[in-house]
Design a protein around this ligand. Structure first.
Ligand SMILES: CC(C)(COP(=O)(O)OP(=O)(O)OC[C@H]1O[C@@H](n2cnc3c(N)ncnc32)[C@H](O)[C@@H]1OP(=O)(O)O)[C@@H](O)C(=O)NCCC(=O)NCCS
Length: 342
């Protein structure tokens, strides 16, 4: 079985992209920055004060890592102006007031929120991607991207998937060595149409990132009409919508999880399906199901969960789990570099 992550790192390395890591206050991020550069996965920009980084990480060798201190960087004023212009007229949900009444307010904000700072660097093309979230929540990590980078042309929305990599000993159901699970990190309760668009983004991610030929299963608690409920109807409608939207892909549903991956179950529950029993892209009906399933597969199935990875953004930003290790960060950087090709 090929080493999927090593393959991703090798492909990223050829692209030689620059990825910003805004959380230099986190030791894992600093270690990952050094490792990324040493392994030639990509170029890296760390945001923070170099003397603080050196003091917090005794003996660290930052050779090859670019450190930018937002407090003194010459382009900070330009980023503040950009944020002010992009968010003009937007109201802060908590205060009911303008998000950034003046450019000075925007500047003060980005000097506190380096994830937003990194998103603005990305917007201006000073970096090619961003990875954050080692010490910030998913919502706080993704909001800057949603607000300033926005959805890519041709995409309906941003969603999040996990690349689930089978354990080294393999898994008898996982024919390709990995699965794509979506949406497991961002969209709380998608409509049928939104589910179809999540499936389309996931199919592209499966190809570009994992090199898969997508076989897409729309997951439900019902297989081919075995249960009747509005939740089932939502998934059936999503499948129909997807088949019109992207007839070139092999997709089916509604399928229970076992019918999606176990050939014997598929034979009895969905005998005419070309996906059932062999699915490699799982589209879950809502975030509760998607998130619980990835954690279940990770903890009980021994799979490695890489993500949440964003799809559908105009430029790549990826979130980290707060329990991430150094290798997880390097992997997310490599995937972010590959997403610049989407
Ligand atoms: C990401 C998230 C924070 C956005 O929610 P929010 O901050 O309340 O954001 P809003 O709904 O006000 O949206 C903020 C902006 O993002 C945009 N946006 C939100 N979700 C979007 C999506 N899925 N695709 C594209 N744009 C989106 C909105 O249109 C809005 O744009 P605007 O401010 O320019 O008008 C929210 O979807 C969330 O919390 N998701 C769950 C994350 C999570 O906890 N995951 C589990 C752990 S992995």
């Amino acid at each position: 079985m090929k080493d999927i992550l090593q393959d991703i790192k090798n492909r990223a390395s050829i692209l030689n992209k620059t990825i910003v890591l805004p959380e230099a206050e986190d030791k894992r991020v600093v270690e990952a920055a050094v490792k990324t550069v040493k392994e030639n996965v990509s170029k890296v920009v760390l945001l923070g004060k170099e003397s603080d980084i050196l003091a917090n990480n005794p003996g660290v060798d930052l050779t090859g890592v670019t450190v930018i201190d937002p407090a003194t960087y010459e382009k900070t004023g330009e980023y503040a102006q950009l944020l002010f212009d992009l968010r003009k007229g937007k109201i802060n949900k908590k205060t009911g007031l303008d998000e950034y009444p003046t450019v000075e307010d925007a500047k003060n904000y980005i000097l506190k929120d380096f994830t937003m700072y990194g998103a603005l660097m990305l917007k201006l093309g000073d970096v090619d991607g961003m990875v954050s979230g080692a010490c910030h929540s998913t919502a706080n990590t993704l909001r800057p991207g949603l607000q300033v980078i926005k959805t890519a042309p041709g995409e309906k929305m941003v969603s999040a998937y996990f690349l689930m990599i089978a354990p080294p000993c393999g898994n008898k159901y996982c024919e390709d060595g990995c699965y794509i699970y979506a949406d497991s990190g961002l969209v709380q309760n998608p409509t049928s149409e939104e589910l179809a668009y999540i499936a389309l983004s996931s199919a592209k991610s499966a190809k570009v990132i994992a090199g898969l030929e997508p076989r897409i299963a729309f997951i439900s608690h019902s297989t081919k009409g075995s249960a009747k409920h509005p939740d089932v109807t939502k998934v059936v409608d999503a499948v129909n919508f997807f088949k019109e939207l992207a007839p070139e892909y092999n997709a089916d549903g509604e399928l229970q999880f076992d019918a999606a991956i176990v050939p014997e179950v598929a034979k009895s529950k969905a005998p005419n399906s070309t996906v059932a029993g062999h699915a490699n892209v799982m589209i879950f009906p809502d975030l509760d199901t998607g998130n619980s399933n990835y954690k279940n597969t990770e903890r009980l199935g021994g799979f490695q969960a890489v993500g949440p990875l964003c799809q559908g953004l105009a430029k790549p930003i990826n979130d980290l789990s707060r329990g991430c290790g150094v290798e997880d960060i390097v992997a997310a950087v490599a995937i972010t570099a590959l997403q610049t090709q989407n």
